[in-house]
Design a protein around this ligand. Structure first.
Ligand SMILES: C=C1C[C@]23C[C@H]1CC[C@H]2[C@@]12CCC[C@@](C)(C(=O)O1)[C@H]2[C@@H]3C(=O)O
Ligand SMILES: O=C(O)CCC(=O)C(=O)O
Ligand SMILES: [Fe+2]
Length: 355
């Protein structure tokens, strides 16, 4: 069976869509990184706390209502935060400090871990970069399992701790993803048999992404991460608590900031859960705006089924009551969807939509 990483080899990238600029050396936002402002963007730069801000629901995973609340949040907004998630705060601090350790290296050291043109892992700009004609105020480090090969290039003698933390974090995130998904299925009234749960869980496609958004001399012009939806089933995001910047797009309200909450993790629905829920759960469009005075660091964990798994509206959700609930998407393997998304970005969903 193909790995997630192999699914990306078919869409190789040009180096200009891999190598980030050296943020340490720029004093103003270059043309290449200056995004046009559109009219619907009034709240774009608004981090003023008295503005129309909105907080996404925080769900205590130990609460007896957790399933109901998580399911409801998936339905209404496709995003929520969790507390009492069982991830030790020491591990959250450690991953943050390892991420700092990497991103504060000089550019010439970071490129030792550069992603290869047909590769999926390593240091580089966001995967979605080729779809935009401006560059983002962002650099990332993508991992799928052990980062050993890249880490050894960067720190020939000091890679061990980095690898240990990244592996430990991925193990714990995988368990948390399974727990969240089981809750969500329960909310939907779906039996584990309906989704072939044991197979879904075996060989799951997972990725870990360290995101860095350096301080920006003019955040009004720059874009940290351009609007996108996440590809897999769900994403768990850790944001360092002092750094604002994440925004979600809400029907009728435009872009609204998601404020970090100390100790909480943000969970969002990805395309594949949108498809499996037969569009009951929105795949939330989100973006990041950089800040003038804080260097924002985040850690994203992406969880999806194995590459040969068929993703489609879950049976139990389409059979019940006639026309209303007919399947809205054709079913597609994870590998094919990942490739379709890599080639078509936001058009991918409509390519498998039936009605
Ligand atoms: C498993 C994944 C999920 C990826 C691609 C691959 C590895 C890196 C992930 C991200 C991380 C940054 C945003 C995003 C949009 C990007 O450019 O790279 C994500 C993307 C997706 O969710 O599509
Ligand atoms: O850094 C953030 O706040 C968001 C990152 C993100 O959207 C992603 O990694 O997919
Ligand atoms: Fe994302």
């Amino acid at each position: 069976m193909a790995t997630l990483s192999e699914a990306y080899t078919e869409t190789p990238l040009h180096l200009q869509h891999i190598i980030p600029i050296d943020f340490d050396s720029v004093e103003e936002v270059p043309q290449s990184h200056s995004w046009p402002q559109s009219d619907d963007e009034s709240p774009r730069r608004m981090f003023n706390l008295d503005g129309d801000h909105f907080s996404i629901p925080a769900i205590d995973l130990d609460s007896p209502d957790a399933i109901e609340m998580a399911g409801h949040a998936c339905k209404i907004m496709g995003i929520f935060q969790v507390t009492n998630h069982g991830i030790p705060s020491s591990l959250l601090r450690e991953i943050e400090s390892q991420a700092w350790r990497f991103f504060t290296l000089p550019a010439r050291a970071k490129v030792k871990a550069l992603r290869s043109p047909s590769g999926a892992t390593g240091y580089g700009v966001a995967r979605i970069a080729p779809f935009f004609n401006k560059f983002m105020w962002h650099e990332g480090f993508t991992m799928m399992g052990s980062p050993l090969e890249h880490a050894r290039e960067v720190w020939p003698h000091g890679y061990r701790k980095f690898c240990e933390v990244m592996e430990d974090y991925q193990d714990k995130m995988k368990a948390l993803s399974e727990r969240l998904l089981a809750m969500i299925l329960k909310y939907l009234g779906i039996s584990e048999h309906d989704v072939d749960w044991p197979r879904l869980r075996s060989n799951a496609c997972t990725a870990l992404q360290l995101n860095s958004y350096p301080r920006c001399p003019d955040p009004g012009q720059a874009m940290g991460l351009a609007p996108h939806t996440d590809t897999l089933l769900l994403t768990i995001l850790h944001q360092n608590h002092s750094a604002h910047g994440l925004q979600v797009h809400r029907e009728g309200r435009g872009w609204v900031p998601v404020f970090p909450m100390n100790g909480a993790l943000v969970v969002n629905v990805g395309d594949m859960l949108h498809i499996m829920s037969n569009a009951m759960f929105p795949s939330v469009v989100h973006r990041v705006i950089p800040s003038e005075n804080t260097h924002r660091l985040t850690v994203g964990y992406f969880y999806g089924p194995p590459t040969d798994f068929h993703v489609g509206p879950i049976h139990g959700l389409t059979q019940t009551s006639g026309q209303e609930d007919a399947a809205r998407f054709r079913s597609i393997t994870v590998k094919d969807y990942v490739q379709m998304k890599a080639k078509n970005l936001d058009k991918a969903l409509s390519m498998i939509r039936i009605r």
